[in-house]
Design a protein around this ligand. Structure first.
Ligand SMILES: Nc1ncnc2c1ncn2[C@@H]1O[C@H](COP(=O)(O)OP(=O)(O)OP(=O)(O)O)[C@@H](O)[C@H]1O
Ligand SMILES: [Mg+2]
Length: 139
């Protein structure tokens, strides 16, 4: 599955994640695992809308796992380690007024996924991908 994420389009942002959630629900994925996927996916999707020039998300559903990829058109993350710290945010006024910008999205993604990989640098695009397994032991 694939869906576009437009810059600062908070009416649409979240729809790609909702669509994936609906498909997984129909597949009968365990509700606790489904919740983890929904949280990680939503936070990653909102980040692309809030902090980038726009991008896209891709979901690959396998028998035992989901692999989700979020790519955007920059401007990138200068220091990924710093961005991962709870409370760190560069969200602008508009984004904060909408209730985002607590600096908790990336830590929340980290907490909910089985594997996380971020590739980015200042002035470049950001690629965030994660894996979540469908059974409880994370394998
Ligand atoms: N796709 C992205 N492109 C550029 N910068 C990003 C991207 N995703 C995250 N960041 C940077 O990482 C910071 C931390 O992200 P995180 O999701 O943890 O917090 P936030 O989005 O600022 O606030 P919250 O998620 O709590 O609403 C962001 O403020 C931004 O500086
Ligand atoms: Mg965020």
């Amino acid at each position: 599955m694939e869906s576009l994420i437009r810059e600062k389009d908070f009416n649409e942002a979240g729809k790609g994640s909702a669509e994936v959630k609906n498909v997984l629900k129909r597949l009968g994925i365990d509700p606790a695992i489904l919740r983890r996927i929904a949280v990680a996916s939503y936070e990653a999707e909102i980040n692309v809308a809030a902090h980038s020039l726009g991008g896209a998300m891709l979901s690959h559903i396998y028998q035992d796992r989901i692999h989700m990829i979020f790519m955007d058109n920059g401007p990138g993350i200068a220091d990924i380690e710093q961005a991962m710290m709870p409370g760190f945010s560069t969200a602008d006024e508009m984004v904060r007024e909408l209730g985002f910008g607590a600096g908790l999205g990336l830590p929340n993604i980290q907490k909910n996924v089985d594997a996380l990989h971020i590739v980015s640098e200042a002035g470049d695009s950001t690629m965030l991908e994660f894996l979540i397994f469908f059974n409880d032991n994370g394998q």
